[in-house]
Design a protein around this ligand. Structure first.
Ligand code: NAD
Ligand code: AHE
Ligand code: ZN
Length: 378
């Protein structure tokens, strides 16, 4: 297959709010600086559903969604030296070019390498073209530089984190987005210290990864908030010390949490994407020093607000993309910790399906409420 197009199955998002369509697509060979991979396992992230539902200002159709995957390199384009056929890689929607001229890659303050961000945001590869065509011969857009709801995909070399072959790709895929993001928000973006207090809003995979990361960082109080009480048992198992069903309260959740804690919480995390929850999370951060981190992705047109007094009185509002992890450097380390047994992730996989064609079932599972990650084995 090297150097030739591959015809394979993909789930194509033809339009907003429409079920994905199982189609035969043609995946072109990788060009210079690109890598073609076989997608072994793909997990569904809420962001895929958000874009499919038409809430993403960058959403383009038709496209192939998916950005949380474990893959094997099939072939590499000209000049690619960092991976070779047979290597196991995690596609990373936040790339890491590592160039001496990249002030973002050179800075320890950020992971936001902008090298291919502009083309990624308009659904094309860095040369401006696409590598997917439908059976009608028409182009299909890429998504987040990954497009893993397909049996094969083409990635920029700088988006490929090479990991140990010891970790099954069905688990490794989790490090492609949600789990890494939650852990990194705690460890990198906020630097949660031992004995601090934490509040987590939204107990999907991202929120539970925040709890797991906070427990590992030595947080002494971890308040878990959701509107679905079925989410609490896993939160407690991972280290939550208090649970709050915010749908049952007769007052704003921030008021309730301030009453629970006197002055608020050292670190709060929004893992819902709801701008009202983001406000609540900021407003229950501790007077004088509390930090609130936005992880959730808000729908197009939604904006955050609060009284500036909340910031004047010492709260900090920040956000994170991929938990601040420098992707190609850090994802292999997370994978190794999982192999070593110091970073268990099995509890995130609540549903598994066989074949890329089952991705709509995975979406149904995520909507069902009992799901953290649904993994499709392609
Ligand atoms: P998910 O849908 O599995 O989980 C969301 C949780 O929030 C659910 O348990 C839901 O019951 C809860 N929730 C909904 N409304 C709530 C409310 N008003 N108050 C409290 N809880 C509420 O989603 P996920 O995959 O865990 O992703 C969480 C968010 O993080 C999404 O917005 C996703 O797009 C975003 N995300 C961001 C990054 C990043 O890098 N910044 C990475 C991954 C995911
Ligand atoms: N495309 C949207 C924004 C979507 C967004 O914020 N994405 C997160 C990752 S979500 C992963 O599940 C992110 O890291 N963004 C940084 C980036 O460079 O995209 C919009 O508003 O246009
Ligand atoms: Zn994601």
């Amino acid at each position: 297959t090297v150097g030739k197009p591959i015809v394979c199955k993909a789930m194509v998002a033809r339009g907003p709010k429409q079920p994905l369509v199982l189609e035969n697509v043609t995946v072109d060979p990788p060009k210079a600086g690109e890598v073609r991979v076989k997608v072994i396992a793909n997990a569904l992230c809420h962001t895929d559903v958000y874009t499919l539902d038409g809430h993403d200002p960058e959403g383009l159709f038709p496209c192939i969604l998916g950005h949380e995957a474990g893959c094997v390199v099939e072939s590499v384009g000209e000049g690619v030296l960092s991976v070779k056929p047979g290597d196991h890689v995690i596609p990373c929607y936040t790339p890491q070019c590592c160039q001496p001229s990249c002030i973002f890659c050179q800075s320890p303050k950020t992971n936001l390498c902008p090298q291919i961000r502009a083309t990624q945001g308009i659904g094309v590869m860095p040369d401006g073209g696409v590598r997917f065509r439908g059976s009608d011969g028409k182009p299909i857009y890429h998504f987040m530089g990954c497009s893993t709801m397909c049996e094969y995909t083409v990635l920029a070399e700088i988006s490929c984190a090479k990991i140990s072959k010891e970790l099954p790709l069905e688990k490794a895929c989790l490090f492609g987005c949600g789990v890494s993001t939650g852990l990194g928000a705690v460890w990198n973006t906020c630097g949660v210290e031992p004995n601090s207090s934490v509040a987590v809003f939204g107990l999907g995979a991202v929120g539970l990864a925040v709890i797991q990361g906070a427990k590992m960082a030595g947080a002494s109080r971890i308040i878990a908030v959701d509107i679905n009480p079925d989410k609490f048992s896993k939160a407690v198992a991972l280290g939550a010390t208090d649970t709050v069903d915010s749908s049952e309260l007769d007052k704003p959740v921030q008021t309730h949490i301030i009453e629970m804690t006197k002055w608020g919480v050292d670190y709060t995390f929004d893992c819902t994407g709801n701008v009202n929850v983001m406000r609540a999370a900021l407003e229950c951060a501790h007077r004088g020093w509390g930090t609130s981190c936005v992880i959730g992705v808000a729908a197009s047109g939604h904006e955050i607000s609060t009284r500036p007094f909340q910031l004047v009185t010492g709260r900090t509002w920040k956000g994170t993309a991929f938990g601040g992890f420098k992707s190609r450097r850090d994802v292999p380390i997370l994978a190794q910790r999982c192999i070593d047994g110091t970073l268990p992730v099995d509890h995130f996989i609540t549903h598994t399906f066989d074949g890329v064609g089952c991705t709509n079932d995975a979406i149904d599972a995520l909507h069902g409420g009992g799901c953290l990650r649904a993994v499709c084995h392609h």
